[in-house]
Design a protein. Structure first.
Length: 536
């Protein structure tokens, strides 16, 4: 599948009153373009100086995307590019070099404020350089804009999820709930930790601890719920720091409850742990340096996967109904939130924000001395059972998909196959929203996920129940129509894999992709060793 490209005759210099065509190439003074005033990024880009040095030496490698609000003459960034525009403006002011005075831009007609916000959010998502707080604040702003569109009437989280999905930004209600908790509950109490990079798994873990502690507080009839609220808020503020450690908050809450109830801290800790297990449905013990729990610790995760095949393979399926399939397994968002909270945070006394920055930031941080060697990981995988390996594969696939505009397409497959399936092809709206490089990355990640879940080689009858009735992927598999699949997902020359994907992926995505391949191999080996078939 090839992207349509509008022919461009050359740069133009439009006047404010000129009617411009969509995707028209312009050459504009950098002073004639303004930064997006609702940019999702709240802080400075950690790569700012590196990008500036690159622009100084080589210029921009692709045009900025601009638009104009109705009635305004000045242009505004329409989809990302705030860092690059700031750098160009700075370099021109510093050097006076004409190379930085003008810039090529691709014009997109104005539609509405919400579309611009989501375009910037999507662009930053693809670059994996926003904190969880940045995303949460942007989604809150999106909710406000939607309420304005609807005459000021309120928008529920379910309605917000549906409206965002309609506009090309897939986000489940569970994730929106976490974001609302981060912004409305935690941001006033933990601003330093959140700005330093506290991520979604820790936010969810804090929410679990708050609920469990409040339950224990009420069980022992300790004062009122208002007293708990004041205690929780005071302890959060006490430990708010860039070196945030969730274990400090938990131990402080246990100490407060123990003192008020005249109990031992050990007794309170057990009571809190029991409530955590009930609320999350997950084991809460430490998982070690490897971010994935060993065999047995994912027994309640109820995660599973289904797979897709690489470009050029025949669309067939050899999957059968999974043995022990859990019909009540949680949906993708709920299961993902629970699994990620355990997988990414490990024990309550783990590395805190330092670890979250390594997972939520640019992927370049973290101490390599403490990372397990590949041989160690492979040895650990050999000891894991099929259920644990399926849970691991689903978690890795979910993380890769969420960072590459595919998060809504990963569905768990309990007790069968590779633990997950892809529910459909990428959203067609991405064709118009992404540049060629970004679209290539998203498309190739989709094909890798398809290969890792064996979507095109597993039994069709095992896959179809997991796919929406109107999905393109379901129709392609059901009708054995490879052409339909390849026309719906951009299928690049495999020789482009290195420079289009491997080179572009940041450290986190690359590690998860390699780990997913290793887990795929381990699943097949485990099935062979046990005499069980992956597709029952």
């Amino acid at each position: 599948m090839n992207r349509d490209q509008n022919p461009v005759s050359g740069p133009t210099k439009p006047t404010p009153s000129e009617v411009l065509a969509a995707d028209q190439l312009l050459e504009l003074d950098v002073s004639a373009i303004q930064l997006y005033d609702h940019n999702p990024r709240q802080g400075d880009n950690p790569e700012y100086q590196r990008i500036k040095a690159s622009v100084r030496a080589e210029g921009l490698d692709q045009p900025l995307v601009v638009t104009r609000r109705p009635g305004e003459a000045i242009y505004m960034l329409q989809a990302g590019g705030n860092t690059r525009l700031r750098i160009l403006q700075e370099l021109f002011a510093e050097t006076g070099d004409k190379r930085f005075a003008r810039v090529s831009c691709l014009y997109r007609p104005w539609t509405r404020e919400m579309d611009v916000l989501l375009a910037h959010l999507r662009e930053n998502d693809l670059r994996s350089d926003l904190t969880f707080l940045d995303k949460a604040l942007a989604v809150r702003e999106a909710r406000r804009l939607l309420e304005e569109e609807h005459g000021g009437s309120g928008v529920t989280q379910m309605q917000l999820a549906a409206m965002l999905r309609e506009r090309g930004y897939g986000l489940g209600q569970g994730r929106i709930s976490q974001m609302a908790y981060a912004v409305e509950r935690l941001y006033p109490l933990l601003p330093i930790a959140l700005k330093a990079g506290m991520g979604r798994p820790q936010v969810e873990r804090i929410r679990q601890i708050e609920r469990a502690a409040q339950t224990v507080w009420c069980q022992y009839s300790l004062d009122t719920e208002d007293d708990f609220e004041q205690t929780f808020a005071a302890l959060c503020r006490r430990y708010d720091d860039t070196e945030w450690d969730i274990g400090n908050l938990r131990r402080a809450l246990e100490a407060e409850i123990a003192e008020r109830a005249d109990l031992s801290i050990h007794a309170v800790s057990i009571a809190l742990e029991n409530n955590l297990l009930v609320s999350s449905g997950q084991p809460t013990g430490p998982v070690g340096e490897d971010p994935f729990p060993p065999a047995g610790q994912t027994a309640d995760a109820r995660a599973s996967v289904t797979a897709t095949a690489p470009p050029g393979s025949k669309v067939t399926s050899a999957m059968s109904a999974p043995e022990g399939t859990d019909a009540s397994a949680p949906d993708q968002e709920t299961a993902g939130d629970q699994m990620s909270a355990v997988v990414a945070t490990g024990s309550d006394s783990a590395n805190g924000v330092k670890r979250e920055v390594a997972e939520e930031g640019d992927g370049s941080k973290g101490d390599s001395r403490h990372r397990p060697r590949r041989g160690d990981r492979e040895s650990a995988l050999d000891k894991m059972d099929l259920k644990s390996l399926r849970g691991r594969a689903w978690t890795l696939a979910t993380r890769l998909a969420q960072r590459n505009a595919l998060g809504e397409l990963i569905q768990p497959l309990s007790g069968n196959g590779l633990g997950f399936v892809l529910s459909d092809v990428p959203d067609p709206a991405l064709l118009d929203q992404l540049d060629e490089d970004a679209l290539a990355q998203v498309s190739m990640v989709w094909w890798h996920l398809a290969a890792a879940s064996e979507m095109t080689v597993a039994p069709v009858e095992q896959l179809l129940p997991a796919l929406d009735q109107d999905s393109v992927l379901r129709r392609a598999l059901d009708e054995q129509d490879a052409g339909l699949l390849f026309s719906s997902v951009w299928t690049l020359d495999p020789g482009h894999m290195g420079f289009r994907l491997w080179q572009r992926l940041d450290a986190r995505n690359w590690k998860d992709l390699v780990d997913l391949m290793e887990t795929y191999r381990a699943l097949h080996q485990a099935a062979k060793n046990s005499g069980e078939g992956l597709w029952q």
